[in-house]
Design a protein around this ligand. Structure first.
Ligand SMILES: [Zn+2]
Length: 186
């Protein structure tokens, strides 16, 4: 068998047939997916034409699998840079422009130097020019207000945001998942 693990990935659905995760999209290697099928932990929802052969039989590689046991989704999503962008749908909350993740930064509505906290309710997605333009001023000093009042999203809301983007749309530019998914310090 010469196929690498990252070809023929299987999309993993929760028991309710929603993707287990949108960003990053829940994908398992065909090896892990097949193993889970054999261990009876997942249902095979659909399969690739490609087969693998064992000495005794042939089996199609799963393209979509669903978990047999429902995995509860965290009610409060992690406060990460990436989830802030996802909440704001990659839209600068000052100029309304939509950017790629690597062209965005996050901005403290009340600047840290003025006591602003790094929290869901004080951090918004901003493009670099807007971030610079606003600088260390309070919204009432700069006259620059976020388009939407920043709020703590639910996991459901983030998933709804995630659906607005086709799979793979943002993966190119990420490069480093760990960076984007690193929990922000408050
Ligand atoms: Zn902007």
């Amino acid at each position: 068998m010469s196929m690498r693990g990252n070809t023929y990935p299987a999309l993993v659905l929760n028991a309710d047939f929603q993707p287990l995760n949108y960003f990053p999209l829940s994908l398992w290697s065909w090896q892990d997916a097949l193993k889970a099928v054999f261990l009876d932990r997942v249902n095979m929802v659909s399969e690739y034409d490609r087969q693998v052969h064992s000495p005794s039989h042939a089996v199609n590689l799963p393209s979509v699998i669903s978990l047999k046991k429902y995995v509860p989704q965290a009610r409060r999503p992690a406060f990460t840079r990436f989830n802030v962008f996802l909440r704001d749908r990659f839209c600068c909350q000052y100029c309304g422009g939509v950017y790629r993740a690597e062209d965005l930064t996050f901005d403290h509505v009340i600047p840290r130097s003025k006591g602003g906290m790094t929290t869901w309710t004080n951090v918004v997605t901003a493009c670099a020019p807007c971030n610079l333009r606003k600088g260390n001023r309070l919204p009432r000093q700069s006259g620059i207000q976020p388009l939407r009042t920043p709020m703590q999203p639910t996991t459901f809301q983030l998933q709804q945001s995630g659906r607005a983007f086709p799979p793979g749309y943002l993966h190119e530019g990420w490069g480093d998942f760990l960076y984007w998914d690193a929990e922000l310090e408050s």
